[in-house]
Design a protein around this ligand. Structure first.
Ligand code: ADP
Ligand code: MG
Ligand code: MG
Length: 250
């Protein structure tokens, strides 16, 4: 595995500075949770790491092992082993889930995986996620529920076998079944060659994915770092006590 090292990361959207110097190191085998109130910059961090063009990095470095992530195109970041889970909002008529995932695997590997090998792998991962076989034949995102989109995304993650996965649990949240699918997928990849950043407003998902390290992001900076107990404390007490500790007015 390789570490993801973020140093002094500053990110702006439309010239407004959102991240004001984030430091983070995810070592192989570790799962880090990033928690924080709404508007703290959590989603901005995820998109900036993946290279979303709207999020402008103005300062700092991001390294995946000895590779400079900030110099890479989005597709090269994926090839290098970064994965960002976000819900594809678009529907693609005429492209099935299986087609789409096969293309995604080929693109990231940079070589064709045979239809036979792909089907075998797909079936194995779908079984793990307790997905019905018929799902693979459906058109991408057409009529998908939120939970089905999330399952599709987790299936993609399992097939791509990223070195570092970044999961942003949107504020709208997921139902408990979808949450369990996310947890099952992440926990199945857990090991010395895999690291993850789980971004979440709530504690819920951390009941199913036990983080090694918990960070609190507030006002564009990581203001507190601890173990799993920090997530429990936030569940009980919210974020106001941390703001008070920092002397940040609400
Ligand atoms: P979080 O995920 O922690 O709720 P975000 O990263 O989504 O926070 O947002 C951080 C800040 O950036 C907020 O003040 C938000 O209003 C602003 N912001 C987010 N996305 C955009 C955007 N596309 N354009 C302008 N401002 C944005
Ligand atoms: Mg938000
Ligand atoms: Mg967000």
């Amino acid at each position: 595995g390789v570490p993801l090292t973020v140093r002094n990361l500053h990110v702006s959207i439309d010239d407004k500075e959102i991240l004001k110097g984030v430091d983070l190191e995810v070592k192989p085998g570790e799962i880090h949770a990033i928690m924080g109130p709404n508007g703290a910059g959590k989603t901005t961090l995820g998109f900036a790491l993946m290279g979303h063009p709207r999020y402008e990095v103005t300062e700092g470095t991001v390294m995946l092992g000895d590779q400079n992530v900030l110099e890479m195109e989005v597709s090269d970041r994926a090839k290098a082993g970064l994965f960002l889970a976000f819900q594809y909002p678009f529907e693609v008529s005429g492209v099935t889930v299986a087609n789409f995932l096969h293309q995604a695997v080929n693109a990231v590997r940079g070589e064709e995986i045979s239809v036979w090998d792909f089907q075998e792998k797909l079936a194995e991962k779908m079984e793990l996620l307790e997905m019905d076989e018929s799902f693979a034949g459906r058109y991408l995102n057409e009529g998908f529920s939120g939970g089905e989109k999330k399952r599709n995304e987790m299936l993609q993650m399992l097939l791509l076998e990223p070195k570092i996965a970044i999961l942003d649990e949107t504020d709208s949240g997921l139902d408990i079944d979808a949450l369990k699918v996310v947890a099952k997928a992440v926990n199945s990849l857990r090991g010395p060659n895999f690291g993850a950043i789980v971004i979440t407003h709530y504690h819920r998902i951390l009941d199913h994915i036990k983080p090694d390290v918990v960070h609190v992001l507030m006002d564009g900076r990581i203001v507190k770092t601890g173990g799993p107990e920090l997530a429990l404390e936030i569940e009980k007490k919210g974020y106001d006590w941390i703001k008070a500790e920092l002397g940040l007015a609400d």
